[in-house]
Design a protein around this ligand. Structure first.
Ligand SMILES: Nc1ncnc2c1ncn2[C@@H]1O[C@H](COP(=O)(O)OP(=O)(O)O)[C@@H](O)[C@H]1O
Ligand SMILES: [Mg+2]
Length: 275
C-alpha cells in the first residue's frame, strides 16, 4: 500500500533520514523513536510537504495528516474550521455538513460545533485535529506525536479514539512515548538517528529483551558484575529496587521484560550484541 525506498533527507549537513526502506499495509503502525530521530521528517516526506533528498515514496493520493503542532484560526467556530478543511480537501459543499457532523461525533465534539476554536482545551483541539485529518476517509492517515502535552486522562481518551477509527487503510502514528504504541499498533517501527532499526510487533519487541533484565535491591548493587546499565530506580513493596539491563548473567532476579526494555535494547545498540 505504501512503499518507501531508500529515502534520505538532508538539512544542510544534517542527515535526518538515512536510506529508509519501509513497506506498510493496512492497520495501525507506531513510529517510535527518541527526539530528533527523524519521525516528523519521515511523516512530512510522506505527506508531500517535504521533498526528500533522494529516494522514493509510493503512497495514496489522499492523505490525512495531523502535524505535530496543529493549530487553527482561533476566531472560527469548530464547524467553520472543519468546513475550511473540507473545502481544502475538495469535499463538495452539499456533502460537507454530514461529513463534518459524522467526524465531530466520532471525536466527541458534536456538542461544540458552534464553539469558537479559542474556547477549546488542548485535548479538544487535538481531537479536532484528528477529525480534520479523517475528512474524506483517507486511505493513509499520518499522526505526529498525538499525545505529547496531553494530561493522562486526555491521553487515554485519545488512544481510545484512535482504536475506534477502525480505518480500512493505513494509520501511522509517531511518538516518543513507548506505552502509547503498545496497545494501539500491530507493528512498531523503531527509528534511531534517521535509520529504521527494526520493525516488529509489541510482543516480539518484549522478547528481544528476554533474559537480560534484572531486578536487584539498590543496597545490593555492588554485587552486580559490570558491565550493566541501570534502567531505573523503582519502589517495590516499600523497597528501593534497581531495574538493570545486562547481557551477561547477574546474581540477581531475572524479570519479565517490557516493551520499553525491548526499545532500549534497540536504541542503545544492545540488540546487535545479544544473541
Ligand atoms: N528544518 C530543519 N532544518 C535543519 N535541521 C532540521 C530541520 N528539521 C529537523 N531538523 C533536524 O533533523 C533531525 C530530525 O528531526 P525531526 O524529524 O524533527 O525528528 P523527531 O520528529 O523524531 O523529533 C533533528 O536532528 C533535527 O534537529
Ligand atoms: Mg517530531
Amino acid at each position: 500500500m505504501i512503499e518507501i525506498r531508500n529515502l534520505s533527507k538532508q538539512y544542510g549537513n544534517k542527515l535526518a533520514l538515512d536510506q529508509v526502506n519501509l513497506q506498510l499495509d493496512r492497520g495501525v503502525y507506531g513510529l517510535l523513536g527518541p527526539n530528533g530521530s527523524g519521525k516528523t521528517t519521515l511523516l512530512r516526506c510522506l505527506a508531500g510537504i517535504l521533498r526528500p533528498t533522494c529516494g522514493t515514496t509510493k503512497s495514496p493520493e489522499t492523505i490525512g495528516y495531523l502535524p505535530q503542532r496543529f493549530s487553527m484560526y482561533r476566531e472560527l467556530t469548530l464547524f467553520e474550521a472543519m468546513a475550511y478543511f473540507a473545502s481544502l480537501k475538495k469535499i463538495p459543499r452539499q456533502r460537507q455538513k454530514d461529513e463534518i457532523m459524522r467526524l465531530l461525533s466520532l471525536v466527541h465534539l458534536d456538542d461544540r460545533v458552534k464553539s469558537k476554536v479559542r474556547s477549546l482545551s488542548g485535548g479538544m483541539i487535538r481531537r479536532m485535529g484528528i477529525a480534520q485529518a479523517l475528512i474524506g476517509d483517507p486511505p493513509l492517515l499520518l499522526v505526529d506525536e498525538p499525545t505529547a502535552g496531553l494530561d493522562p486522562e486526555e491521553r487515554l481518551s485519545f488512544k481510545n479514539l484512535i482504536m475506534n477509527i477502525n480505518s480500512e487503510g493505513c494509520v501511522l502514528i509517531s511518538t516518543h512515548i513507548v506505552e502509547d504504541v503498545e496497545a494501539l499498533c500491530k507493528r512498531i517501527i523503531i527509528l534511531n538517528e534517521g535509520r529504521v532499526v527494526i520493525v516488529s510487533s509489541a510482543d516480539e519487541l518484549k522478547q528481544h529483551a528476554k533474559g537480560v533484565i534484572y531486578s536487584v535491591l539498590a543496597a545490593k548493587q555492588d554485587a552486580l558484575r559490570p558491565p550493566f546499565e541501570v534502567l531505573r530506580r523503582e519502589r517495590i513493596d516499600g523497597q528501593e529496587m534497581l531495574r538493570v539491563l545486562s547481557l551477561q548473567e547477574q546474581p540477581a532476579e531475572s524479570v519479565e521484560p517490557t516493551i520499553e526494555d525491548g526499545y532500549i535494547m534497540h536504541i542503545r545498540g544492545y540488540a546487535a550484541k545479544h544473541t
